[in-house]
Structures are given as C-alpha cells and as structure tokens.
Design a protein around this ligand. Structure first.
Ligand SMILES: [Zn+2]
Ligand SMILES: [Zn+2]
Length: 244
C-alpha cells in the first residue's frame, strides 16, 4: 500500500464519521510537493459532509508508522500567505515544515479553519474592531469561539485515513493531545513547538509574555491567537503557556 493507493481505496468511502459533527473525509488525490522547506507529498482530502477541502503534507513513509511527528495547523490566509504580523501563524507553519523535513518522517495537517473557524470575512471584521480600539474580550465575542472539537475530529479522521498507528504531537498545548485522544488517536508523546527568534517575532512575543498573555503589537493594539498553541520562542526564556 502506498499513498497513491489511498485514492482508490477511498473512492466510495463513507463512514459514520468522527465527533459531534459526524465529519467524514476521504483521500481524493496525492502528488509530489517540493517546497522551500524540503521535499513533501501532498494528500488532498474532501469532507463528504460539507465539501470542505483539507490537506496533509507528508514527509517520508508514514503509512502504518508509529510515533509519527505530527503538527496540526489551522489555515490563516493573512499570516500564512501574506505574512501579516497580526499573528504568528506563518512562523508556526514554517518552523513546523522545516523541522518535519529534517526528520525521518512527519506530517502536517493544514486544516481549513480560517479565523478560528469563523471564516476570513469575520476575521477581518474582528481586526477592524480591534483597529477601532475594542479589547480582546470584545473582539473575541465578535469572532465567536473556536469550534476546536470539529478541528480535532477532522484531523483524527485524516490520521486514521493515512493508517497512522500513533503520533507524536508537535504542540505546546497538552489540551490538544487530550482532545485528539478523545477521538481515538494514539498520541505517544509531545514534541515542544519552539520557534526560532527573528526580528519580527522577538518584540511582540516578549511584549505578549509581559502582558499576561495578551498580545499587544507595536501600535498597542490587542491581538487574538489564531493557532491553538501558546507560542514559545527559542532562547527567549519567555514561555507564554499557562498565562491565559
Ligand atoms: Zn469516514
Ligand atoms: Zn494567523
């Protein structure tokens, strides 16, 4: 069995689904994906229920493998693609891909949960509210709360679709492990997700840590975290986890 064989295997796949939303995904296409971070393959999944598209970025042989280093990343168009400094999503994504490429095998799930699951337009609306001076609590209400259960259900099914025996989750958030476990994934270990310092993240991450978990940028505007992980910058000595 190879990754390519999964497309045929899943052609008529339809199961009872995972999680409260009964989400079911199937592998629809697999291709090579050389990147600036290393060589990967890309596995495209379709959600049978609402047609949403998700991908797994695969390095090395992961089928039937144990202890596969795995990162869950939530889509952030402004951060990942545009390089926005309103969040640290791009740093988190690039660091994960770079690290996975150096390992024997690894997986990154790119989950289409833009703006904490409420979509790009609502995320921009929340940014606009913050620009006008709303605090993080008010902006949070405008954003709505992230439906984490749905994220992890999709990821859990994708892990199962790839016949992964067990994963080592790359995260700073132990709750993520508990929730993935709840959906039947065997998580054998946690790999701390530590981001190397650079000119862009040093100032605001230090500021964030100093302000009790609230992220304040150069202009004094509060930010919301888009990834579920607290950020840890290598060598800063400022772990922000547990401050919320
Ligand atoms: Zn299914
Ligand atoms: Zn972001």
């Amino acid at each position: 069995m190879t990754l390519d064989d999964l497309v045929d295997r899943d052609r008529d796949h339809d199961c009872v689904g995972v999680g409260p939303q009964r989400v079911c995904v199937r592998v629809v296409s697999v291709a090579d994906l050389p990147t600036r971070f290393g060589r990967f393959r890309i596995v495209a999944f379709e959600n049978n229920r609402d047609g949403k598209e998700h991908v797994a970025i695969v390095h090395g042989d992961v089928l039937d493998a144990e202890d596969v280093p795995t990162r869950l990343h939530s889509e952030c168009l402004t951060g990942d693609a545009i390089g926005s400094l309103r969040c640290d999503c791009r740093d988190q994504l690039e660091t994960a891909l770079r690290r996975l490429a150096t390992m024997e095998r690894g997986l990154l799930f790119y989950l289409r949960q833009e703006g904490r699951g409420i979509g790009l337009i609502n995320k921009v609306r929340a940014y606009a509210l913050q620009d006008r001076g709303l605090d993080t609590v008010e902006a949070n209400l405008a954003l709505g709360f992230r439906d984490d259960e749905r994220d992890y259900a999709i990821a859990a099914h994708m892990i199962e679709s790839l016949d992964i025996v067990s994963v080592r989750l790359m995260t700073n958030n132990p709750k993520k492990i508990a929730q993935l476990t709840q959906f039947g994934v065997r998580v054998t270990d946690r790999i701390p997700h530590v981001i190397p310092p650079n000119e862009h993240n040093r100032f605001y991450l230090e500021t964030k840590a100093a302000r009790s978990g609230h992220w304040i940028d150069f202009h004094g505007k509060p930010h919301l975290e888009e990834q579920a992980d607290p950020v840890v910058v290598e060598g800063s000595g400022l772990e922000t986890s547990g401050t919320h």
